[in-house]
Design a protein around this ligand. Structure first.
Ligand SMILES: [Zn+2]
Length: 60
């Protein structure tokens, strides 16, 4: 009985850890797919880092 109890506890812990990982990862992935780059000088929004980089060169 004692063994079964500890095993169930460990399985529950593992399940909670996996759930936390999923919750942590989901928002990060969502942000990564919708990443936009905002120009700090004029707040123009670029869809790509290269686009923003070339745009920022026009400010200098
Ligand atoms: Zn700009």
């Amino acid at each position: 009985m004692c063994r079964d109890g500890t095993q169930m506890l460990e399985e529950e812990r593992t399940a909670r850890r996996q759930e936390r990982r999923l919750r942590r990862n989901t928002p990060t992935v969502a942000v990564a797919t919708t990443t936009t780059y905002t120009c700090p000088t004029c707040n123009m929004i670029c869809g790509s880092r290269i686009g923003l980089f070339s745009h920022q060169r026009t400010h200098r």
